[in-house]
Ligand binder design. Structure first.
Ligand code: NAG
Ligand code: NAG
Ligand code: NAG
Length: 621
């Protein structure tokens, strides 16, 4: 059958002209998140894609079953309703497909529908007809029979607009696409507890409410406020010049409830941001209808169900997606190999969920990926070598999963890496010397694994490295002298390994001006405490307990260890006296040292203690 594609045109909707906002939505900061990401402002290049229609989108009128038809057919309007059917067929407008088409740049060719535009009954029926089409398309026809459903509330609300002082326009075929977005937004309002929203709520609703109130009589593009907060400013809703919704930013808005399938009506949407809310339920599969979607962000909600569903991850799915952020929810399921089809992806975040299965090798196709975060899930298997293809990856965090195997050599070819977190898995094998190639690294966390071998000297290239976590592994060998080159280092944690040799004096110098934390306890270190240890300018915690250190603790000079808070020495073979110069930096005498622990307890069997200490806070035998 020949069909005319409904396109958008410059038609006004309700009162007020459609505002054209070109400003990109600034995705505001999220200070509470455990880790900060660089915000990628998704440029809103409108992809003039040719949409694909599938057979299932078509709903010939004779396929409508009586049950669902009832809800759209006010008894007294039965004939009108049927007339509408005829009319629509006559116009050869396939409304069910109208919005599954991708936007077309060209202006419309409009034909004048032969309906009485002044007739409110015609208006109601035309809207009902359209809502029915929408409900069929997104699978919510059932909800239309429940008078309390968000769909029913939205339907009743929009039908009332036929009798408004400025009635809703329903005549032009280009209105169809605008009216169905209006309806879909109303469903979202009712589904997500709109009356309680921090911004945009409009209980009643009050049709005469001004801009910034949802469900007002205004053009819906004026429903969204411009929000300025300490975290930046953004528009709650942005439309294009035709009135199509491009961005919704409903972050931190006290939204409670499920995202309705009607989100799939907003086919021009490029960005749906709704982190820090209480959205529940699954991601509607109709998300797959949003072919232009670049950003989907539901972080920190209560959502559940399969995170990656075939309806939106396949070839017909969100192939334009750039940012997919779903961390801190209760999502389950596995990562399908079709993830490799999301080739524009830059941010894939699903940390703190319950995702199982393995990381498919197809992630290697995601060559634009910048941040891949999936810490705290139940992912097993190995790190695929294909991850080495991700040349733009600067942040990889897979902490607290069940990943095993070795760290693939290919990972060390991701030269943009700044944060690499492999902590708390079951990784075996060694850390390659190639780690020295990753000279952008600021954080390298490989703690709580079963890593063997020695600490590579390659680390000495990592002049940006700030945090090094090696603790709780099976590392052997010495602490490289080269650590003295790590000029940006602030945090070294290497406790609970099997390290041998001495503590390099290079760790305590002006070369490492920012070193605050040094945990070397529970190893097999020998030799004496370096004479220069007090010269570490900012050192706060020095834990060297539970080793085989010998000799006497060196004294310090005035002005040294000004920031030292914890010095743990117990369970070593140190002897002699703790010098009074250390007692002077205790927090009881004006310094900062609050913990000074040593083997200063006389043995139970009698005799002198191993160490004499007049000011230690805890004495061990
Ligand atoms: C900024 O963001 C934080 C974290 O989301 C939030 O707690 C805080 O209320 C926000 N501040 C403002 C003024 O919106
Ligand atoms: C490691 O992850 C498990 C869950 O997989 C968690 O229970 C445990 O607390 C984590 N340990 C550390 C040290 O982070
Ligand atoms: C000294 O530090 C210890 C341990 O941090 C703390 O419990 C104590 O309150 C501090 N005392 C003073 C006087 O600051």
């Amino acid at each position: 059958m020949g069909r005319r594609i409904i396109r958008t045109a410059l038609l006004s909707l309700g009162a007020g002209a459609i505002a054209s906002k070109s400003a990109a939505v600034s995705e505001s900061n999220r200070g509470q998140l455990r880790r900060q990401a660089r915000q990628t402002s998704s440029s809103s290049q409108q992809q003039q894609q040719q949409g694909r229609l599938t057979e299932s989108n078509k709903s010939p009128p004779d396929a409508i079953d009586e049950k669902s038809r009832r809800f759209f057919k006010p008894a007294s309007h039965e004939e009108l309703y049927l007339d509408m059917r005829e009319l629509i067929l006559e116009l050869n407008v396939d409304m069910s497909m109208s919005t599954t088409m991708a936007p077309e740049p060209a202006p419309v060719q409009t034909s004048t529908p032969s309906i009485d535009c002044a007739n409110a009954e015609t208006c109601a029926n035309r809207l009902l007809e359209q809502i029915f089409q929408v409900s069929e398309r997104v699978g919510t026809t059932e909800a239309q029979s429940d008078q309390m459903s968000p769909q029913s509330k939205a339907r009743d609300w929009i039908i009332e607009e036929c009798d408004a002082v400025t009635p809703i326009e329903y005549c032009g075929e280009t209105q169809l696409i605008l009216n169905e977005q209006r309806y879909a937004l109303a469903v979202m309002y009712f589904s997500l507890g709109g009356d309680e929203w921090n911004v945009g709520s409009n209980p009643g609703p009050d049709k005469s409410a001004g801009p910034g109130k949802w469900l007002s009589g205004l053009n819906y593009c004026d429903w969204g406020s411009e929000i300025t907060s300490a975290n930046g400013s953004y528009d709650q809703m942005v439309c294009d010049e035709f009135g199509n919704v491009l961005y919704l930013n409903l972050q931190s808005n006290n939204m409670v409830g499920e995202i309705p399938p009607e989100i799939g009506v907003l086919v021009y949407m490029e960005s749906y941001i709704s982190f820090f809310n209480a959205q529940s339920g699954p991601i509607p599969t109709t998300l797959g209808l949003l072919k232009l979607l670049e950003t989907f962000d539901v972080e920190s909600n209560n959502m559940e169900g399969d995170l990656f569903q075939p309806e939106y991850i396949g070839l017909d799915g969100l192939t334009n997606i750039v940012n997919f952020r779903a961390s801190i929810n209760n999502f389950g399921g596995t990562i399908p190999s079709d993830i490799g089809l999301w080739t524009r992806l830059q941010n894939l975040w699903f940390a703190e969920n319950e995702i199982t299965g393995t990381i498919p090798s197809e992630v290697g196709y995601l060559v634009d990926m910048e941040a891949f975060l999936f810490y705290t899930n139940q992912i097993s298997g190995t790190i695929p070598t294909e991850i080495g293809n991700l040349d733009k990856l600067y942040w990889l965090d897979m902490e607290s999963n069940q990943i095993d195997g070795t760290i693939p050599e290919e990972l060390y070819s991701n030269l943009a890496l700044e944060t690499l977190v492999l902590k708390n898995n079951s990784l075996t094998g060694t850390i390659s010397e190639l780690v020295g190639n990753l000279n952008m690294l600021t954080s390298f966390w490989v703690s709580f694994n079963e890593i063997t071998g020695t600490i590579p000297t390659g680390f000495n290239n990592l002049l940006s490295l700030e945090e090094l976590e090696l603790q709780y592994n099976l590392l052997t060998g010495v602490i490289p002298e080269e650590f003295g080159n790590l000029e940006s280092i602030a945090f070294i944690s290497a406790e609970n390994n099997m390290l041998t040799g001495t503590i390099p004096s290079g760790l305590f110098s002006d070369n490492l001006p920012g070193l605050r934390i040094l945990y070397l306890n529970n190893n097999r270190l020998t030799g004496t405490v370096p004479e220069n240890y007090g010269r570490s300018p900012r050192l706060q915690d020095l834990w060297i307990n539970d080793n085989f250190l010998t000799g006497t603790l060196p004294s310090i000079t005035e002005g040294e260890f000004l920031f030292l808070e914890e010095l743990l020495l117990q369970n070593n073979e140190l002897t002699g006296a703790v010098d009074v110069s250390l007692c002077r930096i205790l927090n009881t005498t004006g310094g900062n040292l609050g913990r000074l622990d040593a083997d200063c307890q006389p043995p139970a069997g009698g005799g002198p203690p191993q160490i004499t200490c007049n000011c230690c806070t805890t004495c061990y035998e």
